[in-house]
Design a protein around this ligand. Structure first.
Ligand code: HEM
Ligand SMILES: [Cu+2]
Length: 559
């Protein structure tokens, strides 16, 4: 019985105070690291943008690829992983009645492991011994310390996954027959994906370590690329699922409405978890040595993911319209006036969702074999992920901070800070639109990605890129202003905003909603289905790569 009383006490305290100080500290620390990475990574991005436009020459002690590696690692790995863990742990603490003491220990150990890992990754990058970009494709080889660092980062993220599983399992044990609260359900989906996504990349890193240490002579390049993208592509869907958690659960509350069907929300989560890993080869459409049939399967599976995305789009606009009409909105489209446009907690995720329309369409273009031949390895791709990640995902994360940071710090969002947030959102929107637009366009004209500025001996085609690259630089300059405002907002809300209570906005289900079927809770089953789908996609090609392997490649330092 003792555990029950302790649990009840924790639950009531949590309801009253929002979040216990110990749990809040976890999220505050993770968000601090995330936004420091944004600040640093943003400045590096600006350097690249100015260099690409021919406006800035890198000093001799700084190499373009070194900057690009750091920009990628800081923004792809550090910003997103730390934000996602900080965000979901705050929500799990709130909806599951507090984190268990043992889970807190696990997630702090994970934090330490990740920080050690990041230091080990950053040192060789600073020494220009690891300018292999965040994809670290063999046969390019970095200093061994870089890969040891990656091992610690992966271990740290795994620990965060395990902490989530323990806390959710504990809640389920104490609430037999009930559905896990929807926010924690999203967290479960995200951490299940993260847990499994890390396995292929960990195998890759353990193939690379003996190779860079000189214990084995060659490495199978195709196997390592494939293992990387089984992870990399899944990471993309982890960002997407994290952003949609706020779209489904938080945004309806902020606009004063209710959430869309609970059953279908859970089905979207299951669909993304089951189907996503299998899309990895759309990053390798141009790679040699993969059967047409297999590529076709991956492309098909990538397009299948479009289905839950369309369901999401439908759900969101249905919620907007219904809520606006409830508030007296009229006409075919006139209801849009009733939405809270002046509230940054709505405006930022709303623009993020809208950006996902062209972003997703670009993704469909690239998944097509013939069209990918045109855009592969051009700036188009860079435009694509600044639109998907830099706009849809990151702007949703920005929108989240305006209630999450006050919530975990026991402070409030002031009207002034809301106004700053609106300005930040507008600057980011214009900056990203300009930059990503220019990148898409100049990519179509053939400008390659991952190269520093060059006129290729005043080649006419290369010179025709200049005007677009100039727009890229203008967009990048606006974005750095956006970065500074956002980082200022986060730290102001964390340490200086007026004290007070802020709610964790979670929308209720619609009244009279049908009961959600219990099979949605069968995670064991969904994980088995996911593993079957994953083996369907990877067993045959990996076997082929290994059985018909060409001679392995020695490590190369190309920079
Ligand atoms: C101040 C804002 C930013 C600017 C000016 C900027 C600029 C750039 C530029 C010019 C490149 C392309 C370089 C090349 O291929 O030669 C690039 C690459 C990249 N950016 Fe950004 N970016 C910004 C923000 C972001 C954000 C917020 C994210 C993600 C959260 C992001 C993720 C990436 C990634 C993953 C790459 C690819 C790195 C690689 O190819 O290895 N960037 N960025
Ligand atoms: Cu992908």
């Amino acid at each position: 019985m003792a555990t029950i009383t302790a649990k009840t006490i924790r639950e009531t305290t949590n309801k009253a105070l929002g979040i216990s100080p110990e749990d809040a500290k976890i999220s505050k620390t993770y968000l601090t690291v995330a936004f420091s990475a944004l600040l640093l990574g943003g400045f590096l991005g600006l350097l690249q943008g100015l260099n690409r436009a021919g406006l800035l020459e890198m000093p001799s002690w700084l190499n373009y690829y070194q900057v690009l590696t750091a920009h990628g690692v800081l923004l792809i790995l550090v910003l997103t992983a730390f934000f996602i863990i900080g965000y979901f742990y705050a929500g799990m603490s709130h909806t599951l009645g507090g984190l268990l003491p043992k889970v807190r220990k696990i997630v702090w150990t994970g934090f330490a492991s990740k920080m050690i890992g990041i230091v080990l990754v950053v040192i060789p990058i600073l020494m220009n011994e690891a300018s292999v970009m965040y994809t670290f494709y063999p046969p390019m080889a970095a200093h061994p310390m870089f890969y040891f660092g990656l091992v610690f980062v992966a271990l740290g993220i795994w620990l965060a996954c395990v902490g989530c599983f323990i806390n959710v399992a504990n809640w389920r044990k104490n609430h037999k027959g009930q559905h896990v609260p929807i926010f924690a359900y999203f967290a479960t989906g995200v951490f299940v994906l993260l847990f499994f996504a890390l396995i292929p990349v960990a195998i890759e890193v353990f193939m690379i370590i003996p190779w860079v240490l000189g214990w084995v002579d060659g490495i199978n390049v195709m196997v390592s690329r494939t293992l990387f993208w089984a992870f990399g592509h899944t990471l993309v869907n982890i960002w997407y699922l994290s952003a949609t958690s706020a779209w489904y659960v938080v945004v309806p509350k902020i606009i004063g409405g209710r959430r869309w069907s609970d059953t279908l929300t859970r089905v979207v989560i299951i669909a993304l978890v089951v189907m996503n890993i299998t899309g990895g080869f759309h990053h390798q459409i141009i790679d040699p040595g993969i059967d047409e049939g297999i590529k076709y399967m991956h492309v098909f599976m990538s397009l299948v993911i479009g289905f839950p995305s369309l369901m999401t789009a439908y759900a969101m606009f249905a919620v907007f319209e219904r809520t606006a009409r409830m508030k007296g909105g009229k006409g075919l489209l006139g209801w849009y006036k009733k939405l809270p446009w002046g509230d940054v907690r709505f405006l930022a995720p709303f623009i993020a969702m809208v950006a996902f329309i062209p972003a997703g369409a670009g993704g469909i273009v690239q998944s097509t074999n013939q069209l990918d031949q045109v855009v592969h390895n051009t700036m188009w791709i860079v435009g694509h992920f600044h639109l998907t990640l830099g706009m849809s995902v990151v702007m949703t994360f920005f929108g989240i901070t305006y209630w999450l940071v006050p919530f975990i710090s026991g402070r409030v969002l002031t009207p002034q800070m809301n106004k700053l947030g609106i300005i930040q959102t507008i600057i980011w929107t214009i900056g990203m639109t300009l930059m990503a637009g220019a990148m898409h366009w100049v990519g179509l004209l053939g400008s390659p990605r991952r190269t520093s500025y060059s006129t290729y001996f005043d080649n006419a085609t290369a010179l025709s890129w200049d005007p677009y690259l100039f727009f890229l630089a203008i967009g990048g300059t606006l974005l750095i202003i956006g970065v500074i405002l956002q980082v200022y907002a986060v730290f102001n809300m964390m340490f200086f905003a007026p004290k007070g209570e802020t709610e964790f906005p979670l929308a209720e289900e619609e009244e009279g909603a049908a009961k959600t079927p219990y099979w949605t809770e069968r995670w064991g089953l969904w994980i088995v289905v996911m593993l079957i789908v994953v083996s369907m996609a990877y067993v045959i090609p990996l076997t082929e790569f290994i059985v018909n392997a060409p001679p392995g490649s020695p490590p190369l330092k190309t920079w």
